[in-house]
Design a protein around this ligand. Structure first.
Ligand code: ADP
Ligand code: MG
Length: 348
């Protein structure tokens, strides 16, 4: 079998975990990243440092690979589109164009008759005032937000006094939901009606950053079925290839809402490395490289804890129990709110 040369855009922890999974499948990974100290540098076979908009540098990358995937959704569409003209990009770039923008993303989801929180496109402060029904709410930038960045909580009209909106940015105002729980569904789509779906994962966020994930999620069977159905419907409608994550909100009355879609492997799926026979990373690689689809089964229940900022320090020299798996992302420096590593505990 000739080796596949897989290009991966992005070299963070997701790129690292993809590169580690690739070794088992004898896939050669070539990572392109705009951070010369990217964590994935330690794990990939070849590394190219450059700006995502530098098409000359991208050309060097394209020449080295057979196909391309990505570990985060905010790569400029033009770059993905340019690459796709020469080598296949999975999932396809048009998907990113929709998901990169919270407004287009929510419109798309609602058009599938899938519920999201109520929302409105916002360009100025006056428009917030005329949408009082969405307050308390969250004002979110339409593009480039992650881990709660680019979000402002608006509890009352009074909060608008101190708010300065950058005029060149677009926003959405989203109704705040009194959350009972958050869950995610991770699935890998190989082709039409061909999937591997993981069971719902229950997630807890702190300061809008994922803190813990666990399976099984403590939710009723109706929500388990509906969340899976919605995730399948989204991936089918996008003609998606690879691993995708759908994040959901559940309110106090057990109503289900899609929060957002991540067109990539996802932090809440890290536990699949230890809980399942095939991880979200291996499944992603199998789907994009058109390898055999393996029946994915749970071996253990599990929980994962994100190690954020200084949390990492005590784990670096901690003696682990035999059901604990520690991953250090080997980031150059520790910063508050930065995801530094994670610990997965399997429950035997
Ligand atoms: P990001 O792209 O930063 O992950 P999200 O929209 O997923 O942005 O928001 C991050 C977290 O903030 C969510 O997982 C949730 O805990 C909280 N959050 C976001 N929007 C709402 C909302 N409308 N109501 C309640 N909580 C929310
Ligand atoms: Mg999110």
């Amino acid at each position: 079998m000739t080796k596949v040369n897989l290009g991966i855009l992005g070299g963070g922890q997701l790129g690292s975990l993809l590169a580690i999974a690739a070794k088992k499948l004898e896939i050669k990974t070539i990572i392109f990243c705009n951070d010369k100290d990217a964590p994935a540098k330690h794990y990939c076979d070849d590394f190219i440092f450059g700006d995502y908009k530098d098409l000359k540098c991208i050309e060097e990358f394209v020449n080295k690979v057979d196909l391309v995937t990505f570990e985060f959704e905010n790569i400029p569409f033009e770059t993905l589109d340019q690459i796709n003209k020469q080598k296949k990009v999975y999932p396809k770039p048009e998907i990113n164009k929709v998901i990169q923008n919270r407004l287009l993303e929510k419109n798309f989801i609602n058009n599938l008759n899938i519920k999201t929180t109520s929302y409105k496109s916002i360009k100025s402060k006056i428009e917030i005032e005329s949408n009082k029904n969405l307050i308390p709410g969250l004002l979110k930038t339409c593009t480039l937000g992650y881990d709660g960045k680019g979000q402002f909580k608006i509890d009352s009209i009074n909060d608008l006094k101190d708010l300065k909106l950058e005029t060149n940015n677009e926003f959405i105002l989203e109704k705040f939901i009194d959350l009972k729980k958050e869950i995610s569904i991770i699935l890998t789509r190989f082709k039409k009606n061909s999937y591997e779906i993981y069971e719902p994962i229950e997630n807890v966020h702190k300061d809008q950053i994922l803190k813990t994930s666990k399976i099984p999620a403590e939710i009723n069977d109706k929500l388990k079925t509906l969340s899976k159905e919605w995730a399948v419907s989204i991936s089918e409608s996008l003609d998606y290839i690879g691993t995708l994550c759908v994040e959901f909100f559940i309110d106090k009355k057990d109503n289900l809402y899609v929060n957002e879609i991540a067109p990539r492997v996802h932090n809440s799926g890290h536990l699949t490395i230890n809980s399942h026979n095939v991880s979200q990373f291996e499944n992603h690689l199998r789907a994009v490289c058109q390898f055999e689809k393996i029946n994915t089964e749970k071996m253990f229940n599990a929980e994962m804890i994100n190690l954020i900022g200084d949390d990492i320090l005590e784990y670096r020299d901690k003696k682990l129990k035999d059901n604990e798996f520690f991953f250090d992302y080997k980031k150059k420096s520790i910063k508050p709110k930065r995801k530094m590593g994670h610990l997965t505990r399997i429950i035997k």
